[in-house]
Design a binder for this molecule. Structure first.
Ligand code: NAD
Length: 273
């Protein structure tokens, strides 16, 4: 995009994703929603995929109420049928898929010895089955286009472990493996895959976790934030949704296969590689 000044000097304005089509799962809230807003500002057309159609459409409406540059689709990422239907809807609306952000996720905390199998499976299902189903559906289209960027929302817990988070840590480590396979298989088709590993970000996912951990560990919420949540950062600061969205923009806009199969930690220094 170019704006003209009084002297008719061209002033480039950032539009790093001009007309790219991005499908973002779990984008009715938190990190996914901020990525959708940021991508749209960068010129992308965005598909907000989330469990509830009304919430997905409301988030899309915040970007563009005309539906020309943003749509909301109901998609439970654990449902093969809903994933296929949502991806088809994206292609029908915008003509392709250039970027997949596999972001939908939940957190469940409990000591490993008490973890209910049903809860373990629920978390694995959303994080890993969801990543597989959305990746497979997006790759079919990306391979036809001979280009694409797949970005997984990992976590510092893709690299490190914390108590009470067995399935989350396991699943987030697993996403790095999936990204590496997609990088290897996708290269011949012009598709890259990478993982973003954020530290703690104040979204609904974390806001519910802090009181739960306080109860489990017998601490106050303020003590949990100071002595657990942000203990390992260099400055005691939360990562923000904007920090993560900027990293997603960088990865989505990267122009070559040089950056693929990688995981980037965005965490105020918690976990240095
Ligand atoms: P959030 O709760 O604000 O948003 C998660 C979204 O995912 C919600 O809109 C929810 O409806 C959706 N969702 C849940 N299950 C779904 C399903 N089966 N199908 C489709 N959508 C589903 O949480 P967030 O903090 O924005 O988390 C987004 C991602 O970022 C998650 O993968 C999470 O693990 C990861 N992450 C978060 C943090 C953090 O501190 N908040 C840190 C590292 C990684």
């Amino acid at each position: 995009m170019t704006f003209w000044t009084g002297t008719r000097r061209a002033l480039a304005v950032s539009s790093r994703l001009q007309d790219k089509v991005a499908v973002i799962t779990g984008a009715a809230s938190g990190i996914g929603k901020e990525i959708a807003l940021t991508f749209a500002r960068e010129g992308a057309r965005v598909v907000i995929a989330d469990l509830d159609r009304d919430r997905a459409e409301a988030a899309a409406c915040d970007i563009d109420s005309s539906g020309r540059r943003a749509i909301g689709v109901a998609m439970d990422v654990t449902s093969e049928e809903q994933v296929e239907a949502g991806m088809s809807r994206a292609i029908e609306a915008f003509g392709g898929i250039d970027v997949l952000i596999s972001n939908a996720g939940i957190q469940i905390v409990a000591p490993l010895v008490e973890f209910e199998f049903a809860q373990w499976r629920k978390l694995m299902n959303i994080h890993l089955d969801g990543a597989f189903l959305t990746t497979r559906a997006a790759l079919r289209q990306m391979y036809r286009q001979k280009s694409g960027s797949v970005i997984y929302m990992g976590s510092v817990h893709s690299k490190e472990a914390s108590p009470l988070k067995a399935p989350y840590v396991t699943a987030k480590h697993g996403l790095i493996g999936l990204a590496k396979v997609v990088a290897r298989e996708g290269a011949a088709h012009g598709v890259r895959a990478n993982v973003i590993c954020p530290g703690f970000v104040r979204t609904p996912l974390v806001e519910t976790q802090i009181p739960e951990q306080a109860r489990e560990l017998g601490l106050s919420e303020e003590e949990v934030v100071r002595t657990v949540t942000l203990k390992q950062t260099v400055d005691g600061e939360f990562t923000t949704v904007a920090d993560v969205a900027e990293t997603a923009t960088f990865l989505a806009a990267f122009p070559s296969n040089a950056l693929t199969g990688q995981s980037i930690v965005v965490s105020h220094g918690w976990s240095m590689q």
